[in-house]
Design a protein around this ligand. Structure first.
Ligand code: NDP
Length: 252
């Protein structure tokens, strides 16, 4: 028997940043699979086209839009494209980020600025441009992709500070926009198996041994939570941080 197809996002429009691969791509695919029209806002044009093409091949609706969240004009253009093409905007997922490796004494001002500019200010720019349209939607939702690093000390100094800032931004905007019908929530993932780990020496099987649930996460784990928070299933939830972390925050 074919399982019933969920249509939670039928008639909804979404914009996902950094959606060219990894977690962002999976969120975009699942939003489209549940009926959303999705703008793939990704700085790498080829990746954006690939994800949009894969969604179209499965019968979904997605547009690729080269977008660098550090560039205010680029963000403005991406939001304009989504609103023009889809007739509005209901869901914004702030997923793009930058993480400079290095300890506190190794990180230069330039690296701090780069991480904060992408991870925190990128989300600020997207929220600023998207908010009028999310308000107009009547059921607008922002899902920020944070990290357990923003909640506790797991290293990644500039990245962690940016993610902690994103958690603060989440609460501030949730308070400011709740009465205007927009919910703003944050997911704090633990280690997720994505291409970002491919060129690193970290042994994810070893990392998994530290997790109470005995494995690292998948993009699907994060996407399931993102779709819940973006959907009207979560219509009385705003300003929260939802760990999707195999229990690592609880156990530290
Ligand atoms: P990926 O690197 O696989 O995907 C991120 C995408 O965003 C890349 O295509 C990247 O391009 C793009 N991007 C980077 N900068 C910008 C920018 N300025 N504008 C638009 N797009 C940009 O990352 P993940 O899927 O692993 O991570 C996604 C999110 O999940 C991030 O917010 C991350 O912090 C969070 N997270 C991930 C964890 C993990 O273990 N993977 C753990 C905890 C949180 P490019 O490759 O060119 O930089």
């Amino acid at each position: 028997m074919t399982p019933p197809q969920s249509t939670r996002f039928e008639g909804h429009a979404a914009l996902v940043t950094g959606a060219g691969r990894g977690i962002g791509a999976e969120i975009a695919r699942r939003l489209a699979a549940e009926g959303a029209q999705v703008l793939i806002a990704e700085q790498d044009p080829e990746r954006a086209e690939r994800v949009a093409g894969a969604i179209a091949d499965l019968g979904g609706t997605a547009l690729a839009h080269p977008c660098d969240v550090t560039d205010p004009d680029s963000v403005r253009e991406a939001v304009r494209h989504a609103v023009t093409a889809f007739g509005g905007l209901d869901v914004l997922v702030n997923n793009a980020y930058r993480c400079s490796p290095g300890t506190f004494d190794e990180l230069t001002d330039e690296l701090w600025v780069r991480d904060l500019d992408t991870t925190l200010l990128g989300a600020v720019r997207c929220c600023r441009e998207a908010m009028p349209h999310l308000v107009a939607s009547g059921h607008g939702a922002v899902v920020n992709i944070g990290s357990v690093n923003g909640e506790q000390n797991f290293g990644g100094d500039a990245y962690s500070a940016a993610k902690a800032g994103l958690a603060s931004l989440t609460r501030t905007l949730a308070g400011a926009y709740g009465r205007r019908g927009v919910r703003v929530n944050l997911i704090a993932p633990g280690t997720i198996r994505t291409p970002v780990w491919d060129d690193q020496t970290t042994d994810l099987d070893q990392v998994a041994t530290h997790y109470p649930l005995g494995r690292v996460g998948t993009p699907a784990d994060v996407a399931a939570a993102a779709l819940f928070l973006a959907s009207t299933d979560a219509s009385w939830i705003t300003g929260v941080t939802l760990p999707v972390d195999g229990g690592i925050l609880m156990s530290n």
